[in-house]
Design a protein around this ligand. Structure first.
Ligand SMILES: [Zn+2]
Length: 354
C-alpha cells in the first residue's frame, strides 16, 4: 500500500511546511538534514534552522511503503497530502535529546514527546492537498494571508509576538515597548499540542481579543493563531519561532524572559544569548527584552534597565506560571498582574488543558 495514515500533529507539520511557515523546508527532514540541524543548527545549505521537523512511522509501515516513490497521506479517511520519500532513518534518542533540549531526562516535556515518536523517520518533500480544520483553525492565518494583511495596513515594520499564555501585564508591557518602534504588532499564540495545565486556545483567543479591543489602538495589532507542537526547546525554539515569524512577514521578533522554556530547564536569558549568535543571518531582527515586573515604588511596570528597586520587596514578578497557579486555584489576581477586562473574558470558558 502506498498510503499512510498520519496523526493530527503530523498533519499540522505537513501544512506548515507546505504553506511556507517552516521555509526553507520543503519536506520532512532526511538524515543528512536532521544531523546537520542537530549538530550545527543549520541545514546542509548553511541556512540557520535549529530544530528537527520529522515524520515518524512504525517499522512495519516502512516495509509496506518503501517500494513506492510517492506516498498518499491520509487523516481521518481524507486524502490530505503526498510525500516523496527519499530517506528512512533512526537515531540515538538520548544523544539527540541532550543536543536539542540540553537534557535526556524524560521529565522534560519536549524530551518526553521526542522519545514517544515512532522509531523510524521518513524524509522527503511534501504536497498539501487539504487544509487542516480543527477547533480554532478559522483563527489561523497562513504566511500568504499575513503578508497581504500587513501590506494592506501599510505596515513596513512588523513585530511578531509568540505566546502560549493569556496576556498578563508583563506581556502587554513588552508589546507596548515594541509598538513604540514598529508599525504593527502580530500576536501569534501557539495553539498546537501543549501540556496539561496550559491555557486552552479559547482562553487565549478570548483574552487577547479583550486586550486588543479595550486597550490597543485600531489598526496597529493583528491576532492569528499558529497551530504547531510546542517543543519546549527553550533557546533553540526561540530561534525556530523567529524563523517562523520571518516567514509570516514579520521584520522583528520579541524574545523575552525564558522564551519557550519550561520549569527551570533553561536560564532566564539563554534564548537571548543563542539568538545573538545568529544576528544578521535570520532575516528578522530580534528584540531581546528583559523582565519586566511591577514595581510598587515606581508604581509602574519596569525592568532592571529602568528601575533601581530590583532586589527589594517593591518588586512583584509576573509570570505565566504564577498566573496559571492563581487562576487555577480560583483566586482573583490583582490588576497589576492582569487586567480586569482580560479576566472577565474568561468567565464561563474552560481555561486549562486537562
Ligand atoms: Zn522601582
Amino acid at each position: 500500500m502506498n498510503s499512510l495514515i498520519i496523526s493530527r500533529d503530523q498533519f499540522l507539520e505537513l501544512e506548515k511546511i507546505a504553506t511556507g511557515a517552516f521555509s526553507p523546508l520543503k519536506g520532512f527532514m532526511n538524515e543528512k538534514e536532521f544531523n546537520s540541524v542537530v549538530e550545527r543548527m543549520r541545514l546542509p545549505s548553511g541556512e540557520v534552522f535549529p530544530l528537527p521537523v520529522l515524520m515518524d512511522v512504525d517499522k512495519n509501515i516502512v516495509q509496506n511503503i518503501k517500494k513506492y516513490n510517492e506516498i498518499e497521506l491520509f487523516f481521518n479517511n481524507e486524502h490530505v497530502g503526498k510525500l516523496k520519500p527519499n530517506d528512512y532513518f533512526s537515531c540515538d534518542r538520548h544523544y539527540i535529546a541532550k543536543k536539542i533540549f540540553g537534557t535526556d531526562d524524560p521529565k522534560h516535556p519536549g524530551v518526553d514527546y521526542f522519545y514517544k515518536l515512532k522509531p523510524v523517520f521518513v524524509g522527503g518533500e511534501v504536497q498539501l492537498l487539504k487544509n487542516p480544520k480543527f477547533g480554532l483553525s478559522s483563527k489561523e492565518l497562513k504566511p500568504v494571508d499575513t503578508v497581504r494583511l500587513f501590506k494592506n495596513q501599510g505596515w513596513k515594520t512588523i513585530v511578531g509576538f509568540q505566546t502560549r499564555n493569556i496576556p498578563h501585564r508583563a506581556h502587554e508591557y513588552l508589546q507596548r515597548v515594541a509598538l513604540e518602534h514598529v508599525d504593527g504588532l502580530f500576536i501569534q499564540p501557539l495553539v498546537g499540542k501543549k501540556k496539561v495545565g496550559d491555557f486552552t486556545p479559547e482562553a487565549i483567543f478570548n483574552s487577547y481579543d479583550a486586550l486588543i479591543k479595550n486597550f490597543f489602538p485600531k489598526n496597529r495589532v493583528l491576532l492569528g493563531f499558529l497551530s504547531t507542537v510546542m517543543r519546549y526547546a527553550g533557546p533553540r525554539e526561540a530561534v525556530f519561532h523567529a524563523i517562523i515569524r520571518k516567514n509570516y512577514g514579520c521584520t522583528h521578533f520579541i524574545v523575552g524572559r525564558d522564551h519557550a522554556g519550561v520549569d527551570d530547564w533553561y536560564g532566564t536569558y539563554d534564548a537571548h544569548e543563542l539568538t545573538r549568535k545568529f544576528d544578521g543571518e535570520l532575516g528578522i531582527e530580534i528584540m531581546r527584552l528583559k523582565g519586566p515586573f511591577f514595581c510598587k515604588k515606581c508604581n509602574t511596570m519596569a525592568t532592571e534597565n529602568t528601575c533601581s528597586h530590583v532586589k527589594s520587596d517593591f518588586i512583584q514578578q509576573i509570570s505565566g506560571t504564577n498566573l496559571r497557579k492563581i487562576i487555577s486555584q480560583g483566586k482573583v489576581p490583582n490588576t497589576n498582574i492582569i487586567r480586569k477586562e482580560v479576566l472577565d473574558s474568561l468567565i464561563n470558558i474552560k481555561c486549562f488543558i486537562e
